[in-house]
Structure formats: structure tokens, C-alpha cells
Design a binder for this molecule. Structure first.
Ligand code: PLP
Length: 394
């Protein structure tokens, strides 16, 4: 018995696999792209549809309003934040723009990111690069390079931050390589120069423990699509309250207003916490799907999920290496998360070949990407590796 299956057995995780029907006829190794649909999310969405059908708008009087508040609270608990420090948003890009729009770049035009961050991070600030007076905000985007294309040395980020830096943004887990960044040090580097720190934790929350208090980050985005098993259309923005109060949203909507139901068009009454960054009516179907997905995460607990997925990740790497592949992952196992990239000459063709064999993975430039989660088993790795090795051009 492998370490991974020992952990799974000890934690009783194998029983969850049957709640994800995709495993009946496929090997699913793509949670880092889209978490599979679990029965609990399906049931919650069915509950939403029943309520919509039977009660219509009267459901806003109680259950729907409560569902939004419940979700803020439960998102908050996953990252050790208070309910009020959580704003709901429809996508990471929207959540990032809410923050990007609220900063003043006059004295501090620099925004520091890294070359391994998901590009939507860069786009928020590249869109503000035009000089003031020509429709832009004069933002200078600084991209810290990754020497090994696996991770970014935190020292390089530290060196890039100075007194002209408004914000440091990077990922907790890099989306291509799964390497884990030391976000407490990133936050400290930003704060040492008077800058703020925003973390894209879309690839970490749910699969590895995240504690916004312990790490001291000012803001953090994550959401349902991947490791929180909630599907598309629902994410959250955490902002530390002392920071939120200082930031004036410049894109806004009625959900961001304390006096939302005064329907007064004459003035703004921003919430005095992260909710000031909310805009319009959230997608309730997505909210319900996420409430169902969170049940798995909360029931098992992220620390237990991390123990199992870390063991699964090591097993996957070992299985691939034994078959002659050279997975590109962080050198130190403790810096690895459950995303494993394998260099392949034609990754799109490999993904098609895997799919034809019932294995769901995806590709990024030059690589095939596998990502196991608590419902995967060692046999998934064996089957995926054998299928990859059976590709004619391999
Ligand atoms: C780390 C990370 N950030 C952001 C995104 C994109 O988020 P959105 O499409 O919600 O803007 C992705 C993509 O899936 C991602 O992996």
C-alpha cells in the first residue's frame, strides 16, 4: 500500500469518490482547471431551482439573502477571515479590477507581479499603463522573472519592491507548475516599502491551508472553479478591514452600498469593509453550487486534504518518472502542490490521446498538466501514465 492510499484509508476519503460520477467512466486529473461536479453541488443547484420555481422573488426575503451571507461566512472560515472581510464576485478578473480601480497610482505608479502569474493578473494593470491624461493611470508594470520557469525566488520579488510601488501581486500556487510561494514573505516585502500585497490564491484555497491573518496579506482572491469544487461564476475577494476602509471603489454597484435598499441615487454609502467591492446581483445558481462543493472541503478539512494530495502528488511524480517522463515540479517536495506538469512535444495531441482513453487532463504551452485531488487514487496515476506513454509519437 502506498503512502497516498494509506492516508486516504486513514482519513476515510475513498468514500467520496462515488459522489463524483465522472469517475464512473473517466479518470479525472484536472481539478486545477475545473473541479468535477459532486452530488452535493448538484443537489444544492436543484434546491435553488425548486425555490426559484415555487417562490420566485419572494425567496429574496429570506433564503437567498441568507445564502449569500452564509457563503461569505464559509469562504471566510476557509482562509481564517471574518465574514465582513469577504466580497463576492463573478470572476477573479472582476475581483482584481475592483482592487486595481481603487488604488491611487500618482505617487506610487509601480505594480510588481511575476512571470508565472495567470495573465489576467497582468491585464488589470497593463490596461492602466497609458499615461494620465491619455485615458490611463500611468501604471508601470514590473514583471519579476522566474529563472527556472518553475517558481519565483521571493528574494527577487523583495528586490523589485521600492518606495514607488503601490502593490505587489503574485500567486500562492503558480498555475502551471504548482509551486507554492511564501506569501507571508511577499506581504512582508510589500509592507517594508509601504506597498500593499494582493494574492491570487485561486490555485491554492481548498488544496492547501491558507491563513490570511498569519500571512498578513492585505487582499486575496480565490473561488469555486477549481479546488473549492463550486464550478464557474462565483469567487471571493478578501480585503483586510483596515485596508478596505482606506480604498474608495471606482467601479461600483448597489451591493457595495450600506444603504442598498434606500434606493437613493444622490450619494454613495460604501460598506466599511470588503463588501464595498461588491457590485451587482450574484449568480444564485453558482452560489448554491459552491455551497454544495464547500461541504466536501469543510467536512474533510483542508489540512487533511493537503496531507492526502501531497502524498498523491509524490506518487504521481514517482509513477511518471518510473515511466521515463520528466515532470517539471519544485525541487523541494514541501514547495509542491497538486499540479504536475510534464514536458511533451505536442501537448494538445497528448491531451486528445488521453481523452480518447478516458483520461481528462489539460495542456499549457509545452506541457501536459495533471492535478490529483482527494478523490483520486494511485490507479488513476498508473492509467494516466500508461496512456501518455502509449501515444504513438512518444
Ligand atoms: C491562478 C488563476 N488566476 C486567475 C484565473 C482566471 O480567473 P477568471 O477567469 O475568474 O478571471 C485562473 C484561471 O483559471 C487561474 O488559474
Amino acid at each position: 500500500m502506498t503512502l497516498a492510499s494509506m492516508h486516504q484509508r486513514a482519513l476515510g476519503l475513498a468514500r467520496y469518490r462515488s459522489e463524483f460520477p465522472i469517475f464512473r467512466d473517466r479518470v479525472y486529473l484536472n481539478t486545477c482547471s475545473l473541479g468535477p461536479l459532486g452530488e452535493r453541488s448538484r443537489r444544492k443547484v436543484a434546491e435553488f431551482l425548486d425555490i426559484w420555481q415555487s417562490r420566485g422573488a419572494s425567496a429574496w426575503y429570506d433564503v437567498w439573502w441568507e445564502a449569500l451571507d452564509e457563503l461569505r461566512g464559509r469562504y471566510g472560515r476557509v482562509i481564517n477571515a471574518a465574514r465582513g472581510d469577504i466580497a463576492l464576485a463573478p470572476s477573479i478578473s472582476v475581483a482584481l479590477s475592483a482592487v486595481a480601480e481603487s488604488l491611487d497610482y500618482t505617487q506610487r505608479p509601480k505594480v510588481v507581479i511575476t512571470s508565472l502569474d495567470f495573465p489576467t493578473v497582468a491585464y488589470q494593470w497593463l490596461a492602466k499603463a497609458l499615461p494620465r491624461g491619455r485615458g490611463g493611470a500611468g501604471v508601470e508594470l514590473v514583471v519579476v522573472e522566474s529563472p527556472d520557469k518553475i517558481s519565483v525566488p521571493v528574494e527577487a520579488i523583495e528586490r523589485a519592491v521600492d518606495e514607488r510601488t503601490a502593490l505587489v501581486v503574485t500567486s500562492h500556487v503558480y498555475f502551471t507548475t504548482g509551486a507554492i510561494q511564501d506569501i507571508a514573505r511577499v506581504a512582508a516585502a510589500a509592507h517594508a516599502r509601504g506597498a500593499l500585497c494582493l494574492i491570487d490564491a485561486y490555485q491554492s484555497v481548498g488544496q492547501i491551508p491558507v491563513d490570511v491573518q498569519a500571512t498578513g496579506v492585505d487582499a486575496l482572491v480565490a473561488g469555486g472553479l477549481k479546488w473549492l469544487l463550486g464550478g464557474p461564476g462565483i469567487v471571493f475577494l478578501y480585503v483586510r478591514q483596515s485596508v478596505a476602509r482606506r480604498l474608495e471603489p471606482r467601479i461600483s454597484g448597489w451591493f457595495g452600498q450600506r444603504e442598498q435598499f434606500a434606493f437613493d441615487p444622490r450619494g454613495l454609502t460604501f460598506h466599511d469593509d470588503a463588501r464595498r467591492f461588491e457590485m451587482g446581483t450574484p449568480s444564485l445558481a453558482a452560489v448554491y453550487a459552491q455551497l454544495g462543493g464547500l461541504e466536501y472541503i469543510e467536512e474533510i478539512g483542508v489540512p487533511a486534504i493537503r496531507v492526502t494530495t501531497a502524498a498523491l502528488t509524490e506518487d504521481l511524480i514517482a509513477t511518471l518518472r518510473a515511466a521515463g517522463f520528466k515532470p517539471k515540479v519544485a525541487a523541494e517536495p514541501e514547495r509542491r502542490s497538486a499540479i504536475v506538469m510534464i514536458p511533451m512535444p505536442d501537448p494538445a495531441a497528448s491531451v486528445r490521446h488521453l481523452a480518447a482513453g478516458g483520461i481528462v487532463a489539460d495542456s499549457r504551452p509545452g506541457h501536459v498538466r495533471f492535478s490529483p485531488f482527494f478523490y483520486n487514487v494511485q490507479d488513476d496515476h498508473v492509467r494516466a501514465t500508461e496512456r501518455l506513454a502509449s501515444q504513438p509519437a512518444h
